[in-house]
Design a protein around this ligand. Structure first.
Ligand SMILES: [Zn+2]
Length: 414
């Protein structure tokens, strides 16, 4: 049976006549993809849960890919959901869980989106995938293009540190450095280039990148049908919040889960348009000028493609958005590493920082079930950690070693 996949405009409800049009011709809104799932039964759910394929593709029926032969996978999905006892005790949340997406194939959550996105790109016959990014998205698009047998082009502004794009280069991406600013000249050139060269656009304006719905399926599976009270997600463009919410609602509509969690968008206070909109009770996101922040992967001030829809999802979930300072983020990064054994990048640690803050101001009860998404590996941005003189060599004597150990024991530990 072939799948029913429909692209339509969430605003004016126009139905797209081609699978390669990403925006509504009438109102320019990013189209929304729907995959019919109402034929699925609880037996199907049991089969999916029992599958030996632990990637997101055991949820194949929920994704807008027609043929399994099109699937581009690097084994993404089923990342550990870890009960974080010591970290939970520290921040006063007895049922704290960490969803460890640092172990995804390219080290970040982007793999969930790009596995689905690139599968559709391959199915539609595109030869080249493209993205503008200075970090995780570039690496992920490049890796999945490589796996799909497609070319990839990554555009970055002049001055981008080589360390940020070296992973994409390693996967074979053509990295184009442009003399201009990211949100202005580079973005403009990128848009023109996509139109001119017919590249497969892998930004959040691509409606097929719905792989983050898999968070919902995995959480329901891993918690054995139960649901967390709160799911906290580091948020930039809003794809994660929006897709996750769609996933939870699909499962509820099918009767595979009984209720819905409250979602939380964790942001850096240097780039917090969702927090501003929630605070002001606004129905739409107003762009802000993103300032420098240690949470580089979520330094997005204008989530124009999906922001309004993600905001609506946050509200519908009776969730909230929380802004964190760089100090709070780095503290959460250290706590997560030292008390839970996971080295997450600063942007990822905003989820733990938000949990801590919400517990402190009593927004979260001490016995609530809380899941924090850790969305990127700490090795992506090791320079975020300021080193003191811990690595100064000692003389090769027991006396010097004893002295050093004594001094280290006096260091402040969480
Ligand atoms: Zn429209």
């Amino acid at each position: 049976m072939s799948k029913l996949i429909e692209l339509s405009c969430p605003k004016c409800l126009a139905v797209a006549t081609s699978r390669t049009i990403f925006r509504c011709p009438a109102c320019h809104c990013v189209l929304e993809v729907r995959t019919a799932t109402d034929h699925l039964t609880s037996m199907d759910f049991a089969v999916m849960r029992a599958s030996r394929d632990l990637s997101i593709w055991r949820w194949f029926d929920f994704f807008p890919v027609e043929n399994r032969a099109s699937v581009v996978s690097l084994g993404e999905g089923s990342t550990p959901l870890l009960y974080a006892k010591r970290l939970g005790e520290k921040i006063g949340i007895a049922n704290l869980y960490l969803k460890n997406d640092t172990v995804l194939p390219t080290g970040s959550l982007k793999d969930r989106s790009n596995s689905v996105g690139m599968s559709v790109g391959k199915e539609l016959g595109f030869a080249t995938a493209s993205v503008i990014s200075t970090g995780n998205a570039a690496a992920s698009v490049a890796a999945y293009a490589a796996a799909a047998g497609m070319q990839s082009v990554v555009m970055v502004p002049k001055g981008t540190a080589p360390s940020k794009i070296i992973q994409a280069h390693a996967y074979g991406a053509t990295v184009i450095v442009v003399d201009g600013r990211f949100d202005y000249e580079v973005a403009e050139l990128y848009k023109s280039a996509v139109a001119e060269f017919g590249w497969y656009d892998c930004l959040s304006s691509n409606p097929y990148r719905v792989g983050k719905k898999s968070y919902a399926y995995e959480l329901v599976d891993q918690l054995n049908g139960a649901l967390p009270d709160w799911v906290i997600h580091p948020t930039a463009g809003g794809t994660g919040i929006l897709c996750m919410w769609q996933g939870f609602k699909e499962l509820q509509a099918l009767g595979w889960s009984e209720r819905l969690p409250n979602l939380v968008a964790a942001q850096s206070e240097a780039a917090a348009p969702f927090v501003a909109a929630m605070t002001h009770g606004s129905r739409t996101i107003a762009a802000v000028d993103a300032r420098e922040t240690v949470a580089a992967s979520i330094q997005v001030g204008n989530p124009s493609a999906l922001g309004d829809r993600a905001l609506a999802a946050l509200r519908e979930s009776q969730g909230t958005a929380v802004a964190l300072s760089d100090g709070e983020i780095l503290e959460a990064q250290a706590l997560t590493a030292r008390l839970a054994g996971i080295f997450a990048e600063p942007a990822a640690a905003t989820s733990v920082a938000a949990a801590k803050k919400m517990r402190e101001n009593a927004s979260i009860d001490g016995d609530a079930v809380v899941v924090c998404h850790l969305t990127g590996h700490g090795l992506k941005q090791p320079e975020a950690i300021q080193l003191a003189d811990h690595f100064t060599p000692i003389a090769p004597t027991l006396a010097a070693l004893s002295e050093k150990l004594k001094r280290s024991a006096n260091d402040v530990r969480p």
